[in-house]
Write a protein that binds this ligand. Structure first.
Ligand SMILES: Nc1ncnc2c1ncn2[C@@H]1O[C@H](COP(=O)(O)OP(=O)(O)OP(=O)(O)O)[C@@H](O)[C@H]1O
Ligand code: SF4
Ligand SMILES: [Mg+2]
Length: 327
């Protein structure tokens, strides 16, 4: 049986930011925010990208959507070489990728009514006469669980969860295929988080959406994704389907992240001791030549500081970048 082509395929993507350092005689330096990462997302599925603050999750997503420039790499979106598109082709392809942001308050224009916020992306698409547009807005409000009369309200008149629903309706307006959710529930209370995650799952099923779901919290993605990429300092250090990653985390960094997630499974809860990660990540402008996790890794060996481990398969469903796993 032929396997279906993924909706999104990212190959060897890197993003560097020029930074100025030191006195007038020091040359230009670069911060390697994303360093040679590859992943794919199948249609209708969710890939979670997880990692602590500064690991490059948002930058990777922005580069995929062409909102920051890639230094190198290839992004194939539905069979198009997305980074090479121009003009009308680019405009059309862009409408197929939408973002849902962490802070719905900051990402919604406070001077616009909810209906105008959701309508905005339709205007730029030239989406038919006014009546049709109104129907579409009604439909979108229904889909995200908001009442019709709430269309006339301004963002400050909504709760945090409701504001995120407006953000989701806006993202859905252009009938995108890929939705990038960047920490969509991090700013919300735990109870509201669950409601928004359930809504995202329902919309995925109803509209066949594909999600790239970014979070610093493995707990948030444990019921939300089909596969996971764990990032550390611009690199993917572990990549697996959800079951393999949660049942058998292999990279010391993932093991530490996962040990902090309260498990519903009693056996796993009892078997896992919290692993604390000491210290801070090294300077991203001058990363170490060996493994980037070496200065914090509880099981580091001398070779870890000498060469960088490559991301390699440990089985059919799992890739890990750690010297200890590839002897
Ligand atoms: N425009 C920029 N110019 C320079 N450096 C940047 C820029 N944007 C991000 N960075 C740096 O790139 C690295 C990755 O940042 P990024 O925001 O992608 O991380 P993140 O994983 O999304 O973190 P968070 O969980 O805090 O959102 C960080 O070191 C950050 O300081
Ligand atoms: S390569 Fe070495 S330092 Fe890096 S994660 Fe593996 S054991 Fe730790
Ligand atoms: Mg981010």
């Amino acid at each position: 049986m032929a396997t279906e082509k993924p909706l999104l395929k990212v190959d060897n993507l890197s993003v560097r930011f020029p930074v100025k350092r030191g006195g007038p005689f020091t040359g230009k330096s670069f911060l390697h925010a994303v360093d040679d990462i590859s992943f794919e997302v199948k249609r209708g599925e969710t890939l979670a990208i997880v990692g602590e603050s500064g690991s490059g999750k948002t930058t990777a997503a922005l580069a995929v959507a062409r909102l920051v420039d890639a230094y190198q790499g290839k992004v194939d979106l539905a069979g198009h070489d997305f980074l090479e598109l121009e003009g009308e082709d680019l405009r059309k392809a862009r409408a197929k990728v939408q973002f849902i942001f962490q802070d719905p308050y900051a990402s919604l224009n406070p001077r616009l009514r909810a209906e105008a916020i959701v309508q905005e992306p339709l205007d730029s698409l030239d989406a038919g006469p006014a009546v049709q547009r109104q129907e579409r807005i009604d439909e979108l409000f229904r889909a995200v669980g908001l009442r019709p009369e709430q269309q006339r309200l301004f963002p400050h008149q909504f709760s945090g969860g409701q504001r995120q629903r407006i953000g989701i309706a806006r993202a859905l307006a252009t009938q995108p295929e890929l939705i990038i959710c960047d920490e969509p529930v991090s700013a919300l209370d735990v109870a509201v988080q669950a409601q928004i995650l359930n809504l995202l799952r329902k919309l995925q099923k109803d509209f066949g959406l594909t999600y790239l779901f970014i979070s610093h919290d493995l707990g948030v993605v444990q019921h939300m994704c089909d596969s996971i990429a764990v990032m550390y300092m611009g690199k993917i250090v572990e990549q697996a389907d959800r079951k393999s990653l949660f049942n058998n985390p292999q990279h010391p960094y993932t093991q530490a992240l996962l040990s902090a997630v309260p498990s519903v499974d009693r056996k796993r809860r009892e078997a896992t001791k919290r692993i604390l990660i000491p210290g801070d990540p090294p300077d991203p402008i001058n990363p170490p030549k060996g493994c980037r996790f070496a200065n914090r890794c509880p099981v580091a060996e001398s070779r870890c500081t000498e060469s960088q481990p490559a991301l390699m398969a440990t089985d059919e469903h799992h890739k890990v970048a750690c010297h200890l796993l590839h002897r």
